[in-house]
Write a protein that binds this ligand. Structure first.
Ligand SMILES: [Zn+2]
Length: 271
């Protein structure tokens, strides 16, 4: 075995030692003060029944909004084929207004749908394809709400003048991209992962006003710049859109608390 080398420094100056001790104490105090500076807001935990009923309401509202979004798409198509005609509203502007209203409905619907997917997540084990479709429904509906219109505009002849055609196409493509990006769920959580988190992490966790992660430790290095923290059960964290366990906290908890986090939705490590 290799022998470790130890450096011993003799300290003769007592004052120097005292100063160092004082400095360390001051630094510790500063850290404590900084920790105390953090405003922590407690978040209540919903019961399983409350989660389910809230999720159902959100899903119904998003379904209605998607129907309304498709209705606006149909109106835009009617404007395109001049089946809909409003004397004071030019055809191109009629179409753009419909596209914008379509986009607003689409984005709100996807936002509510994703919120419901955290309150009452879908199961992953039985059917991975269904899980993908259900969690990414926001992005899929964005395609439904804009692609048919874009195809019809591009395929149409003599329905729009050249300049209007370009403008309408660009507006619709931009709307599709916005709705698709905001609608996709980049951190979907499954019912199994949520259950595993609830079973493993019985202590309260922490999260910030933004982001999609929750933390086991309030002194986690990635929280040092966050003044406002939220604290609650892991259920409350996930319900509030924080479906992923912080990578650093996961590593630390595996070492310090010897927790098995294999079944949890853990943030991918930074290589
Ligand atoms: Zn963390």
């Amino acid at each position: 075995m290799e022998k470790k080398q130890r450096t011993v420094t003799k300290v003769e100056d007592g004052e120097k030692v005292k100063k160092t001790v004082k400095k360390v104490a001051e630094a510790e105090e500063a850290v404590e003060e900084k920790a105390a500076d953090k405003k922590v807001k407690k978040v209540e935990t919903l019961t399983k029944a409350e989660e389910k009923s809230k999720a159902t309401t959100l899903r119904i509202v998003s379904a209605i909004l998607w129907v309304v979004a498709i209705a606006f798409e149909v109106l835009a198509i009617l404007f395109l084929f001049k089946k809909l005609y409003i004397p004071w509203l030019p055809q191109m502007w009629g179409m753009i207004i419909c596209i914008v209203l379509d986009l607003i409905c689409c984005v709100i619907a996807a936002f509510l749908w994703k919120k419901a997917s955290h309150l009452d997540p879908f199961k992953k084990t039985n059917n991975k394809v269904a899980f993908f479709i259900l969690t990414q429904l926001g992005a899929i509906m964005a395609a439904v709400c804009f692609i048919p219109l874009i195809i019809l505009v591009l395929a149409s002849k003599d329905k729009l003048d050249k300049k209007s055609k370009i403008i309408v196409t660009v507006v619709a493509v931009v709307a599709l991209l916005i709705a698709g990006l905001l609608g996709a769920d980049f951190n979907p959580i499954s019912a199994e992962e949520k259950a595993a988190a609830e079973q493993t992490l019985t202590d309260e966790v922490f999260w910030t006003a933004f982001g999609h992660k929750y933390h086991i430790y309030d002194d986690c290095s990635s929280l040092k710049n966050s003044e406002n923290l939220y604290q609650g059960s892991v259920t409350a964290a996930i319900d509030n859109g924080r479906g992923e366990l912080c990578y650093f906290c996961a590593n630390r908890a595996e070492k310090e608390k010897s927790l098995n986090l294999a079944e949890l939705n853990v943030e991918e490590g930074v290589e």
